[in-house]
Design a protein around this ligand. Structure first.
Ligand SMILES: [Zn+2]
Length: 174
C-alpha cells in the first residue's frame, strides 16, 4: 500500500476499457482506493498540480476514480448520464503526460451516476472545474486521454510554455 508508480503515455493500460467493480466488501478495493489517494497526494506535493486520479494510471484496469477538490471523493463505476449542451474550452493536463498541456472542450455541467465504497448507488451533479475533472477521469477508465480531446494538434504544448496564461486561473489537472 502507498504511493504507486504512475503509468505514462504509451503504456497500454491507459488505453484499456476498464472492468466494472462488482465486489464491494473487499480488502483489495479498499487497498486500491488507499493507493489512489496516496499517489494523488504525493503527485500534488511533488508537482504542484493534480486533483484527480483514475485506477489505470496506477496500472489497475478497474472503473475507480478518486478526486480531491474540496473533499476526497471515491467514484466507482461512474457513468455520465446527462450533460449540458453548453461547453467550455480549457487547458487540461494529466499525470500520465505531466509536461504537456492540451486545450480541450468539455461539457459545462454533467450528471454522474456512480457507486460509493459500500456499493451504494449515488448521483453527483457537477459544473465548471469539478465537471471537467470528472470528464477527464471518466475518460481514463474508458481508455481515452485528454490528448484525444485536443481541439486541434496545435493545442498540444509544453505546460511550461503556457504558465503565464494560467497565472491567476488556478486551473486543475490530473
Ligand atoms: Zn489524466
Amino acid at each position: 500500500m502507498g504511493v504507486q508508480s504512475i503509468m505514462l503515455l504509451g503504456n497500454p493500460v491507459l488505453r484499456t476499457n476498464c472492468a466494472r467493480v462488482k465486489k464491494f466488501d473487499e480488502p483489495a478495493l479498499a487497498a486500491l482506493v488507499a493507493n489512489l489517494r496516496d499517489t494523488l497526494e504525493d503527485f500534488r506535493f511533488r508537482c504542484g498540480f493534480g486533483r484527480g486520479i483514475a485506477a489505470p494510471q496506477i496500472g489497475v484496469a478497474q472503473r475507480v476514480i478518486v478526486t480531491n477538490v474540496d473533499v476526497p471523493t471515491v467514484l466507482i463505476n461512474p457513468l455520465i448520464v446527462r450533460h449540458s449542451r453548453t461547453t467550455m474550452t480549457l487547458w487540461d493536463d494529466c499525470f500520465s503526460f505531466p509536461e504537456l498541456a492540451v486545450k480541450v472542450k468539455r461539457h459545462l455541467t454533467i450528471e454522474v451516476r456512480y457507486q460509493d465504497l459500500e456499493g451504494k448507488r449515488r448521483i453527483l451533479k457537477a459544473t465548471g472545474a469539478m465537471s471537467e475533472l470528472l470528464q477527464h477521469e471518466i475518460d481514463h477508465i474508458n481508455g481515452i486521454l485528454a490528448l484525444d480531446r485536443a481541439i486541434d494538434i496545435r493545442h498540444i504544448v509544453y505546460r511550461s510554455e503556457i504558465v503565464a496564461e494560467r497565472v491567476g486561473n488556478s486551473r486543475r489537472a490530473m
